[in-house]
Design a protein around this ligand. Structure first.
Ligand code: CP
Ligand code: NVA
Length: 311
């Protein structure tokens, strides 16, 4: 297993399958309150949490998850990351002397690689960057496996912005053999490198298709996924994006075009009345809070693997 988790592309499809199997095992054990050998997987380990953007789910689930694996969390205030205080590589080299891993939520993905390159003793986890949100995709796949058994051959339609959540969802879905459809307004599609790697990572004949028309993309889909139209860091574009994305709202009419038993997915936070209607958010099709719960189990599984061979 890789030493860092910056991207789903750090995993092979087998790594992903193994992590999801462990996530399911950890969830069952936690619910039954049965002891597992993983309760000491991080014993004596310190994990720093360094978040440059707000977070509810990621922060809480990593805090609880590290504790349940026997490790301890250190909250590092984000103001230490300001360039006029200390260069990022020096922050990394300090942390390397005290902690074993750092879970980082940041802007450019390149800020994560500054950490991996300047502090080789650290394990680094991407807790969301502008480009990717791999921890979210682990929980998303766990959720779909719970509902479907397997995602292989299923069709997942993402409607909205071709953002960090969409990118990691595509990576994970293709690696597990799901057909991925992404519907975005012109100019808001997936970054070109996502389509470029698709052929290499796709298993079992899975395909990535990109659309501008959301109605076409969701036709007959097994799940419809959406996320906010304006991501953290893009707030100045809010008014313009609200206009551009208005026909991309996932509402009852949009859900009606998918399969009758299609699931609705959202990474949260959700903005009801914008990317999703209140009705769909509260409908029985919605698995958004299952996804939120699974952040805990999926990240614990990822952490167990991350520390499995650390001396
Ligand atoms: N989905 C997600 O990452 O939530 P937070 O931003 O609250 O961590
Ligand atoms: N795309 C969103 C996801 C939040 C979990 C953002 O980056 O703000």
């Amino acid at each position: 297993m890789p030493k860092h988790f910056l991207s789903l592309l750090d995993y092979t499809p087998d790594d992903l399958a193994r992590t999801l199997a462990l996530a399911a095992e950890l969830k069952t054990a936690r619910r039954a309150r049965t002891a597992t050998p993983h309760a000491t997987a991080l014993a004596g380990r310190h994990v720093g949490l360094l978040f440059e953007k707000p977070s509810l789910r990621t922060r809480v689930t990593f805090t609880i998850g590290v504790g349940e694996l026997g490790g301890s969390v250190v909250d590092i205030p984000s103001d230490v990351m300001h360039a006029d205080r200390e260069p990022l590589h020096d922050v990394a080299r300090n942390l390397e002397r005290w902690v074993d891993a750092v879970v980082i939520r940041t802007f450019a993905q390149a800020r994560l690689t500054i950490f991996t390159e300047s502090a080789p003793g650290l394990r680094i986890v991407n807790a969301l960057s502008d480009e990717e949100h791999p921890c979210q995709a682990l929980a998303d796949m766990q959720t779909l496996q719970e509902h479907w058994g397997s995602v292989e051959g299923r069709t997942i339609a993402f409607v909205g912005d071709g953002n960090n959540v969409a990118t990691s969802l595509v990576h994970a879905g293709l690696m597990l053999g799901a057909h991925m459809r992404i519907a975005t307004p012109k100019g808001y599609g997936l970054p070109p490198d996502v389509a470029e790697v698709a052929g290499r990572i796709a298993m079992k004949g899975a395909e990535l298709k990109q659309y501008v028309d959301p109605k076409e993309a969701v036709k007959g889909a097994d799940a419809i996924y959406t996320d906010v139209w304006t991501s953290m860091g893009q707030e100045v574009e809010y008014a313009e994006r609200s206009k551009t994305f208005s026909r991309y709202q996932v509402n009852d009419a949009m859900m009606a075009r998918a399969k009758a038993d299609a699931l609705f997915m959202h990474c949260l936070p959700a903005h009801r009345g914008q990317e999703v209607s209140d009705d769909v958010m509260e409908s029985s099709a919605s698995v958004a809070f299952d996804q939120a719960e699974n952040r805990l189990h999926a990240q614990k599984a990822m952490l167990v693997a991350l520390f499995a061979d650390k001396g």
